[in-house]
Design a protein around this ligand. Structure first.
Ligand code: VAH
Length: 314
């Protein structure tokens, strides 16, 4: 039976992953942790305040709850990391080595996400291969590449069962994203309902990989339950569902809100980050090694997002 400690439980992924894991493994087996106090549904199960830069606290909570798995999500995202690179290094890399060390000491299974941000401008942009050049030009990307190598090292050197995926931009209606480059793909849905208009900070024609959150959560559980003997790769698998630019979102929304208008006011910092990332990545290794398959495309995601946000804003 899995007993899982999740860091970053109040983040965009964490807040929904806790609900998913509680449904799959039972409320009492999921230990939600974050640097902030619990709020809302998070308080309905085991919860601890944990700063991932405090290695002793992570060990203490993992030991106390006798977990067998850590899912480490706490991190600063790409745009925030560019504003405070040294802080991002300290949190992203400090938190990672601390959770890996606890996993080594307590023989825990380990998951942490990488990102399409682990690629850079010299990486092939169309159908980016699983194994290819990774020379990112952002602190977030440096953290993700270093993180992938560190997780593979802990697996090779110490036998820690580390696994990860390179997430695309994740789209959800539950917790707002914070400090990401792909956040426009969430904002556009809220503004479509509130204003029937959205001004995008990412330029028309800028393709990036995206995925609806339910597919992302299912991928985490599927990967962690996969037969380790079938894993050729581990840290981290390319996975994607949608390759889209802002106009694709606008057209999908206009099917439901015909008067919706998009305009552009490009943010040079986040545009530069987006331009350094792939247009589309190849998910075939994940499909072959653990059966990854996304269920939502841009049209089915848009229908669900608009319905759920309209309900939420009532
Ligand atoms: C970001 N949402 O924009 C995150 C993610 C692929 C993008 O890593 O930083």
């Amino acid at each position: 039976m899995k007993r899982i400690l999740v860091t970053g439980a109040r983040g965009q992924i964490g807040s929904e992953l806790i609900t998913k894991l509680r449904d799959v493994y039972g409320h009492s087996n999921i230990i939600a942790t974050d640097i902030r106090e619990a709020e809302g549904e998070l308080a309905e199960g085991p919860y601890e305040v944990v700063d991932v830069t405090d290695d002793k606290r992570i060990y203490e909570v993992a030991k106390k709850h006798q977990v067998d798995t850590i899912m480490h999500l706490a991190a600063l995202l790409s745009a925030t990391a560019e504003k405070m690179p040294k802080v991002a290094w300290d949190i992203n890399m400090g938190g990672l080595i601390n959770t890996l060390e606890v996993s080594r000491e307590l023989n825990l299974q380990f998951f942490t996400p990488s990102s399409i941000g682990a690629f850079g401008p010299s990486t092939p942009k169309a159908q980016t291969p699983q194994d290819t050049l990774q020379r990112p030009t952002t602190m977030y990307g440096v953290n993700k590449v270093a993180g992938e190598l560190l997780c593979d090292y802990y697996c090779e050197r110490y036998g820690v069962d580390t696994r990860g995926v390179r997430f695309p931009g994740l789209i959800s209606y539950v917790a707002p994203p914070g400090g990401g480059t792909t956040d426009y793909a969430v904002e556009i849905y809220y503004e479509a309902i509130k204003q029937k208009a959205y001004t995008s900070y990412i330029a028309e024609g800028t393709y990036m990989d995206m995925m609806y959150m339910p597919d992302a959560l299912e991928a985490i559980v599927q990967l962690m339950e996969a037969d380790p003997k079938k894993l050729v790769h581990r840290n981290a698998f390319n996975i994607s569902a949608i390759s889209a630019e802002p106009m694709d979102f606008a057209k999908a929304i206009q099917h439901h809100i015909p008067g919706f208008q998009i305009s552009f006011d490009v943010d040079p910092v986040r545009q530069k980050i987006a331009d350094s990332w792939p247009d589309s990545i190849d998910s075939s290794a994940a499909e072959a090694e653990w059966g990854f398959k996304a269920k939502y495309d841009i049209n089915s995601m848009t229908k669900d997002m608009l319905e759920k946000i309209a309900e939420k804003l009532k």
